[in-house]
Design a protein around this ligand. Structure first.
Ligand SMILES: Cc1cc2nc3c(=O)[nH]c(=O)nc-3n(C[C@H](O)[C@H](O)[C@H](O)COP(=O)(O)OP(=O)(O)OC[C@H]3O[C@@H](n4cnc5c(N)ncnc54)[C@H](O)[C@@H]3O)c2cc1C
Length: 587
């Protein structure tokens, strides 16, 4: 079984030294979220993840969730762990105190999301969608519904799901068939089948609150006729108690490659009672409140799985002896594999990506908070643009890189990585879903190039590039070498953006074929931007902690030398266009 030590030190470094967003620091509601408080929270989070949740990863892989006589049973140990998890208040961390939450900012809850993803993604998924449902209900539902459902969701006694996918509609939700028929009391009867529903049914909570996309009988076809409904597994009585079973049954649970502890369900809705959330026919945009925040969290899943893969690879490389290095000093036997240049390169590749991603995510968490709570509309707006630009990048790049990192972790372990001995192959299998769900990574890339770069709010990408450029220019001293290098790549990204803008007017297939390359180019550059922030502190504070900061500086150097050049490769690959691709005859 892989071991795991939560990276509290690196997280605290970010919280103490990289909380550099003036607008975030102006948010009064977070004045009391001090480094001491955050350290206490992270240390407790580390304990529960390392001790209680980590063993659930193997338990869930070996004893997947099962459907027995119509009841879904979670793997051994999940129920007891979930009970402790909610008793300790982890479901309520970032929720509004009005509904029993602890009101912690995303700058803190994102760290917890990372730890939980490292410990057990399957276990995490049972509460992850509850937070998504909480956000969606909180933004779009009436006060009556909020008061009735949110306190129990926040407490973790009830969980949530997100029901979009159907047999014929995954990416293309316009094809959705589930029907909603209005009743005289303004409730709806929901009928249809949803598939692949994460935590669609299980034995951890007293009730499950499904957020379901369905089409009213009189609504148009396509995406413009979809509404959002709250459909509880058990009807909730007027006094808030759990009443009779609603018309929802579990058809089956999927047998999967990874995240086997997570129950992925086929749900049948047969005249189930539902309550409309938000405006009729605007369900998709309401659901996007849930999905956008959720997409960032999926990116964080990739980061968390990468972290545990790295930690175990490093430990293994320090204890496994094979072969001799070019400068071997060992007179008998072999060297530790960590002495080999290629193993060292692989480890540094992982480390430089992971620490850069964590810092980028921390920057994004600050922007998210500003976009939600800053009193100044213009500032709020700008932050919201940055979040919208970065959401597909974090979702896709972090999860794709987690595939690279878990695959490299297997390689470092050699045959013991491929067999089940060390639990490394499970990390690869568990991560494989992250580039697929919450909108596939290709669809994220299309969203980025066709909708996010230039939208109704204006030229978002150039606003972002200008901001990064001016921050780089403001840096002095030793960090300047790095910021000049980043400037070179910013110019490439500007050219790439111009090319996308031009092609968008004349040859959309060129843009579609370049979308993944563009997303990656922007992503690698954004991670470099996060490294510039780390470097700035590292050079300035070097004397206060030489060991920590020289580690950061050398890791950044690796990132700039060996990883960042991928941004240019993606540009060169993309601008060859799409005519060969589109004209190619597949036999
Ligand atoms: C374990 C698991 C958990 C899940 N959890 C949930 C859940 O909780 N709730 C829920 O509603 N769904 C859930 N899903 C469904 C998941 O979100 C979908 O599988 C995913 O969105 C892709 O849809 P699809 O499988 O129908 O693939 P398709 O949409 O058929 O896509 C097939 C391929 O075509 C590509 N493609 C499709 N359209 C385009 C396009 N316009 N441009 C370029 N490429 C395109 C895709 O990228 C993909 O590579 C889950 C799935 C799994 C496997």
């Amino acid at each position: 079984m892989p071991t795991y030590t939560a990276p509290v030190k690196d997280m605290m470094f970010l919280f103490e030294k990289l909380r550099d967003n003036k607008n975030y620091n102006e948010l009064e509601k977070y004045n009391e979220v001090t480094p001491d408080l955050v350290k206490d929270i992270l240390e407790e989070a580390a304990k529960i993840n390392q001790n209680l949740i980590l063993p659930l990863a193997k338990a869930g892989d070996e004893n997947p969730a099962v459907l027995e006589n119509g009841i879904v049973r979670t793997p051994p140990g999940y129920k007891e762990a979930y009970q402790k998890y909610i008793e300790d208040g982890w479901t309520s961390l970032s929720c509004d105190p009005k509904y029993g939450g602890q009101g912690m900012p995303k700058t803190v809850s994102a760290f917890f999301d990372e730890m939980l993803s490292s410990a057990s993604l399957s276990f995490k998924l049972y509460s992850e969608l509850s937070i998504g449902a909480y956000n969606c209900i909180n933004h779009h539902a009436s006060n009556e519904i909020k008061d009735k459902y949110l306190p129990k969701i926040v407490e973790g006694k009830w969980s949530g799901t997100m029901c979009l996918t159907e047999p014929v509609c995954g990416t293309d939700l316009g094809l959705l068939k589930t029907k909603a028929i209005k009743q005289s009391d303004d409730t709806y009867k929901i009928s249809g089948q949803k598939i692949f529903i994460t935590s669609g049914d299980h034995d951890l909570t007293e009730n499950i609150i499904h957020l379901v996309l369905a089409r009213s009988a009189d609504s148009p076809s396509g995406t413009k006729g979809i509404s959002l409904f709250l459909v509880p597994k058990y009807i909730v009585n007027e006094d808030g108690s759990v009443g009779p079973r609603n018309g929802i049954s579990t058809g089956s649970i999927e047998s999967k490659m990874g995240i086997k502890g997570s129950a992925t369900c086929v749900l049948n809705f047969d005249d189930a009672t539902g309550y409309m959330i938000g405006t009729k026919d605007k369900g998709l945009s309401a659901m996007f409140t849930m999905m956008n925040l959720e997409r960032i969290v999926v990116g964080i899943q990739g980061l968390g799985i990468s972290e545990i893969a790295y930690q175990n690879s490093l430990a293994y490389a320090k204890e496994r002896k094979q072969g001799k290095t070019n400068n071997s000093k060992s007179s008998n036997g072999a060297d530790f594999i960590i002495e080999h240049a290629d193993i060292r390169r692989t480890l540094l590749n992982m480390k430089s990506i992971i620490e850069g991603e964590r810092a980028l995510c921390f920057w994004l968490s600050q922007q998210t908070e500003v976009s939600l709570y800053h009193p100044d509309e213009k500032i709020k707006h700008d932050a919201s643009d940055y979040v919208s630009l970065m959401t597909p990048v974090v979702k896709s790049l972090f999860t794709d890189l987690a595939m690279e990192i878990t695959s490299d972790a297997m390689q470092i372990h050699g045959g013991y990585g491929y067999t089940k001995d060390q639990g490394i192959e499970q990390l690869y299998r568990d991560n494989r879903i992250t580039p697929i769900y919450e909108g596939t990574n290709s669809v994220q890339a299309a969203d980025l190039v066709f909708r996010k770069l230039f939208n109704k709010n204006g030229d978002i990408i150039n606003k972002f590039l200008d901001m990064v450029k001016s921050e780089c220019e403001s840096k002095n001293g030793k960090v300047k070498t790095f910021s000049k290098e980043l400037n070179y790549y910013l110019d490439i990204l500007s050219k790439f953006t111009g090319w996308i803008g031009d092609k968008n007017k004349i040859e959309k297939d060129d843009v579609s074929a370049a979308a993944n390359d563009y997303l990656k180019s922007l992503g690698y550059i954004s991670i470099a931007y996060a490294w510039i922030k780390i470097l700035d502190v590292s050079f300035n504070d070097f004397n206060t902690n030489e060991e920590f900061y020289s580690d950061k500086i050398n890791t950044a150097k690796f990132y700039f030398d060996k990883v960042l050049p991928r941004a240019e490769y993606h540009y060169k690959s993309a601008i060859s266009g799409s005519s060969n691709i589109m004209n190619f005859k597949f036999n």
